[in-house]
Design a protein. Structure first.
Length: 459
């Protein structure tokens, strides 16, 4: 895979352990993605002859909203530093209709991969680019002294004059590194920014790619303009230019395409929205569009070649993870060919009170830790008792059961309602400690639970 990109390797057990730090429960889904990830590593180590024959075992996650489907896929990609895009199947349209076509998700994936590779290449040459930037800024701060009348250039740049210039330059270099010159104003020459063309919003993707390439060419070779800025601002602008000079764009494109092909993960959400269930009504209209989207998805998931502005990208070894609630439709309502391309199916369990308690406390980025950290910036300390945590989880579970079930997202609305007054008054309560106990939770949320209309409005 791409040189210089930090691709971490985990065993399935280690992968599940890492996912457990952020996601509560859903062990079957975690095991499925962990095995799929390890199989990708195993494939790279089989013989060349067999390698191309081994295709990813795509995964279909079935479960209500807010139970962790998207988070599992996103955390998996972040864990191994893999390019990842999330798309919604309901946003795509059949070929021939106005809207996004399914191949656009491969182009998006390639853009993400290119960005990851570019960052890794920039890290390699960053020190050299910083040195070049520093020299350019010093040249602007200390322009060459004009030759005195009756003296040649060689005479003025030798002997004591040369020593004095070198000492002055080193003095300015030290001041620059210490940040003492950051507010000084200098005049720099940078590439003029090209305004985006309205053409890129119309026409086929081939036309859009051509427009993007023209913008790239014009942006790199276009006119320069002079502008005044502080040294700190100039450092950022000039550093970008120096990085561009040191990075090989062809190598970035080549490695980015390879990374997208071998390490990309595409998460297709709401795939149940394009299924043609029995209760969808008479055939025609929306059903034709849904089946059309499925037919367009099929070759991309099966493995095809998509043309992007960075080259042709094959999807044969991209890992596809689809997800849907399947409340009004079932998996069997998808066309058989598409079903066959998602051989691994896992059902995610709805979240109950016990899971809500764990979600509030256990993850590394748990909600309670987030709210405590936010209020601590105002000098306010939150102390939340175990009884309060249990009561918050109970309220969230009850509202999910009686209203719309939005899973763990319900905890966000409950916590916002609970801490509304404290959050509002926090700037005037610096140094104060608030203890949140079961009684406090019951008092603050009683009206919400008792009033159906208010519950709909607030939660």
């Amino acid at each position: 895979m791409s040189d210089g990109l930090d691709q971490k390797v985990f065993t399935p057990r280690e992968t599940v352990g890492e996912l457990d730090r952020y996601i509560v429960g859903q062990d079957r889904a975690k095991r499925a993605v962990a095995i799929a990830l390890r199989n990708r590593w195993r494939r790279q180590r089989v013989s060349e002859e067999l390698r191309d024959e081994i295709v990813p075992k795509n995964i279909l996650m079935i479960g209500p909203t807010g139970v962790g489907k998207t988070e599992i896929a996103r955390r998996l990609a972040k864990l191994i530093n893999a390019p990842f895009v999330k798309v919604e199947a309901s946003k795509f349209t059949e070929v021939g209709y106005v809207g996004r076509d399914v191949e656009s998700m491969v182009r998006d994936l390639t853009e993400v991969a290119i960005g990851l590779v570019r960052k890794s290449h920039e890290a390699v040459v960053h020190t050299k680019a910083l040195e070049a930037t520093e020299e350019r800024i010093l040249d602007l701060l200390l322009p060459p002294a004009p030759a005195a009348s009756g003296q040649s250039y060689e005479t003025t740049t030798t002997g004591t004059s040369d020593d004095s210039s070198a000492k002055t330059r080193e003095t300015f270099r030290r001041m620059l590194r210490e940040g003492r010159l950051d507010e000084r104003t200098i005049e720099i020459e940078v590439s003029a920014k090209q305004q985006p063309s309205f053409v890129q919003n119309f026409g086929s993707d081939g036309v859009q790619d051509m427009v993007f390439q023209l913008h790239d060419i014009i942006g790199k070779n276009g006119p320069k303009k002079r502008r005044r800025s502080t040294v700190s601002q100039a450092r950022e602008l000039l550093l970008k230019e120096e990085l561009e000079k040191l990075i090989d764009p062809e190598a970035v494109s080549r490695d980015g395409v390879e990374l997208a092909e071998k390490g990309g993960i595409i998460f297709i959400d709401e795939i149940d929205k394009v299924a043609t269930g029995q209760g969808a009504g008479a055939k025609g209209g929306p059903d034709i569009s849904r089946q059309g989207v499925q037919r367009d998805l099929l070759p991309v998931v099966e493995g095809c070649t998509v043309t992007t502005k960075y080259g042709r990208v094959r999807t044969d070894h991209v890992l596809f993870i689809a997800a849907g609630a399947f409340h009004t439709a079932s998996v069997s309502d998808l066309i058989p060919e598409l079903q066959g391309r998602f051989p691994i199916r896992v059902e995610l369990e709805p979240l109950a009170t016990s899971e809500f308690v764990r979600i509030l406390c256990e993850p590394k980025n748990s909600l309670l830790k987030q709210y405590k950290a936010l209020l601590s910036t105002e000098g306010v300390e939150l102390v939340i008792t175990d009884g309060a945590v249990e009561e918050i989880a109970k309220v969230a579970a009850e509202v999910n059961q009686s209203k719309e079930n939005i899973g763990a997202r319900r905890l966000h609305t409950v916590m916002e309602t609970l801490l509304d007054e404290i959050s509002f008054d926090a700037p005037e309560r610096r140094g104060r400690q608030y203890e949140i106990d079961r009684q406090f939770v019951q008092t603050r949320l009683a009206a919400v639970l008792e009033s159906e209309d208010l519950s709909r409005f607030v939660l």
